[in-house]
Every structure is written in structure tokens, then in C-alpha cells.
Design a protein around this ligand. Structure first.
Ligand code: ATP
Length: 274
């Protein structure tokens, strides 16, 4: 963090075009967001207003990017928090932070002259994990506060709040969070296929001096099962290899070494965490 309070952070200008692959997730998200925009139609048809979207899938696949793009698409202010920020030793602190987050969203939207706010909570399972009795009360209060805030969202209020949550462990979520009127729109964000990987690689190659003879198709092929975050790391590591050799451009060789490094890095991480 740069020490600024969340409310001073400028809204990101991040669009769906900046996200590689994920075509299905993008179109499902856009369809849900259009619901938000077509207020009159929604009201006339008596459709329950959209309050919460849940994005589920492996780490590094672009869930945060999608939430930012959603804020941009709906011309909303954007606030982000992680589930772990609400875990505190003292009862009530987490719940207070949830309350503050919603308050801050409304204040910031008014200040910026926006009619809506997107609140993104990553790692939602940390506060919204299944409650099977054994858990601490602190968690319950935090989750209850989130549910209360969500129940308090109204379609016609200004600013209008949209919640977006992300998780890698959808099966762990408490059913109270998934009920109608809460996070009842689910969007799967999966690892990219070859076409998606190529798209993501090209996005991250955009600001880099790549040699002309690089076969990106082949790089996309060799990075099977890589996430977007890993593909970004491949591009970055390749640039570092080029720099080490005092090369002005990035060659296929650097990319191949970078693929190995990222693959190996992941393996080592997993081995040491077990
Ligand atoms: P986590 O579950 O770990 O929070 P996430 O799904 O929210 O991960 P992001 O934070 O959106 O992942 O992505 C991390 C980084 O990886 C991004 O900043 C971006 O550089 C890169 N990235 C991931 N997915 C994509 C994508 N589809 N297109 C372009 N870049 C991507």
C-alpha cells in the first residue's frame, strides 16, 4: 500500500479489452451488468435487482481485473478489499470495517459524482466460510454485517451499490451468502485455453521489444495450464533474462527460459508449502 486511504485512490481506467481470453466470463459479466443499467425495464418486469456477483476460479485468472473492468463499464467508483482484512482478534472490529467499507463507497461515489459504486471483496471465503458451529463468533459477526449491508442495498438508491466477490474455494462458502438477493449470480473464471493464453501473452508483450521471429503460438502451446498471472510473469522474466545478457530485445530463447523458471517456481512454492 502507498499509505493513502482507499477513498483517495483513483478509479482504475481498466476495460474488458485489457483482459485476455475469458470470453465467456466477460460476456456473462457484461450481461449481468446490463441488468443494472436497464433499470426501468427491470422494474417494469418486476425482476429482483442484482446485488451481488460471485466470481469463482483458480488464482491469477483475472477476477480482480474483471471487477475493475465492471466498475469502468458501469461508470462506478471502485473499492477493493480482501476477506483477510476483516479478520481481527477483537469481536466487532471486522463487522465495523464492513460497515465502514459500505459507508466509504457511498461517500466516494457522491464525491466523484457517480451514481453507482462497485465494492470488490477478494478471498470472500475468509469471512463467508461455512458456519458449522465450530467457528469463532468474530467471523459470524463480520459475515452477519456483510449480509445486513447487502440486504440494505436498494435498486433505486443513489449511489447504487454492486457487490462483486471472488473466491478460489466456492464449495467452502456459507449458503447464507449465496441466497437469492445476495451473491446469486455466479461466474466461473477458469484457466485460459490456448487462444486465451495467446491473447494474454500478446497483451503483456505490448510494451516490450520482442524479436520479430518469435512464434507466439508455440509459446502459448508450451504454457498449457498457466494462469494469466503466470503468463504475465513469463513475459516479465523473459525481459529480465534479456537484460542480464545485455540484449536490447527479447528473443524466443529468453521466453523458453522464462517458461521453465515460472513452471519450476510454482513447483517449488507448492513443495515448500506442504
Ligand atoms: P487471485 O484469485 O489470486 O486474487 P485473480 O483471479 O484476482 O487472482 P488478478 O489479480 O486479476 O487475478 O490477476 C493477476 C495479474 O495477472 C493481473 O494483474 C494481470 O497482470 C495478470 N492476468 C491475470 N489474468 C489475466 C488476463 N485474463 N488477461 C491479462 N492479464 C491477466
Amino acid at each position: 500500500s502507498n499509505g493513502k486511504s482507499r477513498s483517495e485512490v483513483k478509479s482504475p481506467s481498466f476495460t474488458f479489452e485489457d483482459i485476455g481470453g475469458q470470453e465467456r466470463a466477460k460476456s456473462e459479466l457484461i450481461e449481468a451488468l446490463d441488468f443494472l443499467v436497464k433499470k426501468e425495464q427491470i422494474a417494469k418486469l418486476g425482476i429482483r435487482p442484482l446485488k451481488g456477483i460471485l466470481m469463482a476460479g483458480p488464482p491469477g485468472t483475472g477476477k480482480t481485473l474483471l471487477a475493475k473492468a465492471a466498475a469502468q463499464y458501469t461508470d462506478s467508483v471502485y473499492l477493493a478489499a480482501s476477506g483477510s482484512e476483516f479478520v481481527e482478534m477483537y469481536v466487532g472490529v471486522g463487522a465495523g470495517r464492513i460497515r465502514d467499507l459500505f459507508k466509504e463507497a457511498r461517500t466516494k461515489a457522491k464525491k466523484d459524482g457517480k451514481s453507482s459504486a462497485v465494492i470488490f471483496i477478494d478471498e470472500i471465503e475468509v469471512i463467508g466460510g461455512k458456519r458449522d458451529g465450530g467457528q469463532q463468533r468474530e467471523y459470524d459477526q463480520t459475515l452477519n454485517q456483510l449480509l445486513t449491508e447487502m440486504d440494505g442495498i436498494h435498486a433505486n438508491e443513489s449511489p447504487r451499490i454492486l457487490m462483486i466477490a471472488a473466491t478460489n474455494r466456492k464449495e467452502m462458502l456459507d449458503s447464507a451468502l449465496l441466497r437469492p438477493g445476495r451473491f446469486d449470480r455466479h461466474i466461473g473464471v477458469e484457466l485460459p485455453d490456448k487462444k486465451g493464453r495467446l491473447h494474454i501473452l500478446n497483451i503483456h508483450a505490448g510494451n516490450k521489444p520482442l524479436e520479430d521471429d518469435i512464434n507466439m503460438e508455440s509459446i502459448a502451446e508450451q504454457t498449457y495450464s498457466f494462469s494469466g498471472a503466470q503468463l504475465e510473469a513469463v513475459m516479465n522474466e523473459a525481459a529480465i533474462y534479456a537484460m542480464r545478457e545485455d540484449h536490447a530485445t527479447i528473443g524466443e530463447r529468453h521466453l523458453t527460459m522464462a517458461i521453465d523458471k515460472v513452471m519450476l517456481g510454482e513447483k517449488t512454492d507448492r513443495e515448500t508449502s506442504q
